[in-house]
Design a binder for this molecule. Structure first.
Ligand SMILES: Nc1ncnc2c1ncn2[C@@H]1O[C@H](COP(=O)(O)OP(=O)(O)O)[C@@H](O)[C@H]1O
Ligand SMILES: [Mg+2]
Length: 381
């Protein structure tokens, strides 16, 4: 029998999406085909500590994994290696964590040509340090194939202001927007406000350029709210966006592939709050998902077409979920954003869209792993 592919599933992380990442990872690990794949679990705590976890997988979603992993001797040994290699160097935490990552990879046999090494990494991470190209850079350095877009696509996809430049170049319709630096806001708020008022009308949307889960996103109905929401958004990023409000239905499309990606059917999210804010996403649990979205066939086609173009314009790989608004009055489609490592729990939009399009969850995981290897070979050959 062929040797099983060793897949390292990395979960957790320091972003606001730590919890959802754990639930996504538990789904992936439970559904991965064990006849073909052997799983190595690596968790990143909210403090940024990397820990090898040997199970049981049921302790993952709840967060109990962390204590178990901490208590295991491997963690203690890694700490020892770290202490020795970094003692007295005054290195920053991030260096320690990079060393820790390497020691975990080494302990797991990454890069070893003895049949014990990790073959592919599946980063089931969302948000900063997981979805933004930083960890992808580590995988590049380690020379391991990984699921999902590379460094460039991940970094661009995480930065909403930059993504808009790329979408604009690609000719995908999007709402009007302005970009400001936190410093400009602090230096002259009146100037910023008059620039906004010169271009947009109220209400408008304010958001940090690099963020996720709607953290720091706010709707401003007047000048005072504009200032308040900008100050709030500036807590999360040095770059902020002010956007035209689009009174639209929120629809999402899943993309899968490398150079010739395919688009799924389209799903609709009906938020239980005024907009799809953090509470509506993770706390209130009353937001609804409809697959397929009840939209004219021509609109569905347009969305799928834009989704593939968005994916290609960023040079994505593996997967991405592309989110749009369909204007309630005109029916026009506007792109909102791209998520390069979307939520992956068994009830998340991305896998649900593929399930509805004929690719069940376990097969989706397998395809993503194959795509990771394909992209790696394409880069290295
Ligand atoms: N320009 C806009 N017009 C209307 N609603 C918006 C606009 N921008 C964001 N929203 C609302 O805020 C939510 C979060 O914004 P989004 O840009 O998707 O950030 P995140 O990356 O945090 O999901 C959206 O799902 C939508 O409900
Ligand atoms: Mg969003």
């Amino acid at each position: 029998m062929d040797k099983k592919t060793r897949v390292a599933v990395i979960f957790g992380g320091q972003s606001t999406e730590h919890e959802v990442s754990r639930v996504s990872a538990e789904s992936v690990i439970r559904n991965i085909n064990r006849d073909k794949f052997e799983v190595v679990m690596i968790g990143i705590t909210k403090e940024g500590k990397w820990l090898r976890f040997n199970g049981p997988v049921e302790k993952l979603g709840s967060g109990e994994w962390e204590q178990i992993a901490l208590e295991e001797s491997l963690a203690a040994r890694q700490k020892c290696i770290l202490d020795q290699s970094l003692a007295g160097s005054g290195s920053q935490n991030v260096l320690a964590e990079a060393a820790s990552a390497r020691s975990i990879f080494n302990a797991a046999g990454v890069g070893e040509d003895n049949g014990q090494g990790i073959d592919v990494v599946f980063p089931v991470l969302h948000g900063s340090n997981g979805e933004d190209g930083t960890i992808q850079g580590l995988f590049e350095l380690a020379g391991i194939p990984y699921v999902g877009p590379g460094v460039l696509a991940s970094a661009v996809g995480m930065d909403k202001a930059y993504t808009k430049i790329v979408f604009e170049k690609e000719g995908i319709p999007q709402g009007k927007y302005l970009v400001f630096n936190r410093k400009a806001l602090k230096a002259n708020v009146d100037d910023v406000v008059s620039k906004v008022e010169g271009t947009l009308t109220y209400p408008c949307f304010v958001k940090p350029s690099n963020s996720g889960s709607s953290v720091g996103v706010g709707k401003a109905r007047n000048r005072q709210e504009l200032i308040d929401t900008m100050v709030e958004a500036a807590k999360y990023d040095r770059k902020l966006l002010v956007e035209e409000f689009i009174d639209g239905r929120e629809v999402e499309c899943a993309v899968l592939g490398n150079d010739e990606p395919i688009a799924s059917t389209v799903g609709e999210v009906v938020p239980c709050n005024e907009f799809y804010d953090y509470k509506a996403k993770y706390i209130d649990n009353n937001s609804r998902i409809t697959i397929p979205a009840d939209l004219p066939e021509s609109t569905i086609k347009e969305i799928r077409d834009y989704a593939v173009r968005a994916f290609k314009s960023l040079d994505c790989a593996g997967l991405s979920r592309v989110d749009f608004f369909v204007h309630k009055g005109s029916g026009n489609v506007y792109i909102n954003e791209i998520n390069t490592l979307p939520g992956f729990t068994s009830i998340s939009m991305y896998p649900k869209l593929w399930e509805a399009s004929g690719i069940p969850y376990d097969e989706l995981i397998e395809r993503l792993i194959d795509l990771a290897v394909e992209r790696f070979n394409d880069k290295t050959l």
